[in-house]
Design a binder for this molecule. Sequence first.
Ligand code: NAD
Ligand code: UD1
Length: 340
Amino acid sequence: MAEKIIVTGGAGYIGSHTCVELVKAGYDPVIIDNFSNSEPYIVSRIEELAGQKISLYEGDCADPALLREVLGSSDQIKGVIHFAAFKAVGESSQLPLKYYRNNLLSTIELLEALAENKVSNMVFSSSCTVYGQPDILPVTEETPQKPAESPYGRTKQMCEDIIHDFIKSGAEIKAAALRYFNPIGAHQSGLIGELPRGIPNNLVPYITQTAAGLRDKLTVFGNDYDTPDGTCIRDYIHVVDLARAHVAAINFLNGVGETNFYETINVGTGNGNSVQEVIDTFEKVNDLNLSYEIGPRRPGDVIKTYADVTKSRKLLNWQAEYDLAEALRDSWNWQKKLKK
Ligand code: NAD
Ligand code: UD1
C-alpha cells in the first residue's frame, strides 16, 4: 500500500502541483483544504493528471477534530506537507490578526496532532521573505534574517521558530522548512496553475493578465536600482520544479535516522533575473508584445535576491530543471486556457 502524505492547502497553487508529483513518485496524497483561496474543481484536475482518486477532507486544518479524523483514518500516513496559509502580503498589513490566526494556529495544531499520532515527517512552506534584503548574494540558509516587512513575512519567521522550538523541546518530529524563492509557471498540461483573486500583486500573473487583455498595462516598479538594467532581481522557480522539491524533501526526511530533526532549505534555481529580463523573455518565448510602462519604486521592495542552492542539491539531491523561458511559456499557456 502506498504511503500517504497529508497535504494541507493541497488544492492551492503549489499544493496542487505537489499532489501530482507525489502520485508520480508513488505516494498517496490526502488533501485538507477549506477552499479559502482555491476552487474545488482543481481537485478533479489533480485526479485527471494523477490518474487516480485523491482523498479530500474539506475543512480548516487548524481544527483539531478534523486533524484527528484525518490522522486516524489510516496507519499509512507517514508525513505532512503544510502549505495551508494566507499569503497576500498587502492584506496582511490591513488584517494582521487574520494572518496570525490562520498561519500560526494551523501550524501549532498540526504539530500537536502529528506528535500525538506519531507521524514524524513535516515539510513546511517557508519563504525567502525571511531574509529581506540580504547583504551578501547568493543567499545561504545561514544568511541572517532581517525584520519582516509584513505580518505575512513575520508569520513565516514565527512558524519556523515554532516548529524548531517544538522539535528542540524533544518532540519526535523531523521537519524541513523549505524557503521558496519566487514560484512561477504552471503545469505543462495547462490544467492547473495559479488562481489569483482580484488584481494580482505578483509580477508574472500581472504580466499574463495584461497579455490576456484583463489589465491595461504592467507597471514596472522602478528602473533606477543599482542592478545591470536598473530593475529588481529575483530567483524565479518553475512550480513543477518546486513541487518536486517537496517530494525530494519527504524522501529525505524518510531517510533521516534521528527522531528529532530540523533543517531550513532554500528552494530556488540559483539564478537571478531582472524584471526587464522577465518581460523580454515572456515576449520572446510567447511571440507577443506586452504593454508596459516604467513607474515608481514599490515601497519595501527587495532590490536583489537569489538562492545559494548548495544545500538543496546536497541534502535533497534535487535541483531545478526548467528555465525562465519554459516557466513563462507555461504561465501563458495556463492563462490562455483560463480565459476560455
Ligand atoms: P494558495 O493560496 O494557492 O494555496 C494555499 C491553500 O491553502 C489554498 O487552497 C487555501 O484554500 C488553503 N488554506 C488556507 N488556509 C487554510 C486552512 N486554515 N485550512 C485549510 N486550507 C487552507 O498559496 P500557494 O501559492 O500555493 O502557497 C502555498 C504556501 O507556500 C503558503 O504557505 C505560502 O505562504 C507559501 N509560499 C508561497 C509563495 C508564492 O509565491 N506562491 C512563496 C513563498 C511561500
Ligand atoms: C513577493 C512577496 C513576498 C514573497 C515573494 C515570493 C510582496 C510585497 N512580497 O515578493 O513576500 O515571499 O513574493 O513569492 O508581495 N513587479 C513589478 N510590477 C508588478 C509586480 C511586481 O515591477 O506589477 C516587480 C517587483 O517590484 C519585484 C518583482 O517584480 O521586483 C517581483 O515581484 P513579486 O512577484 O511581487 O515578488 P516579490 O517582490 O519577490
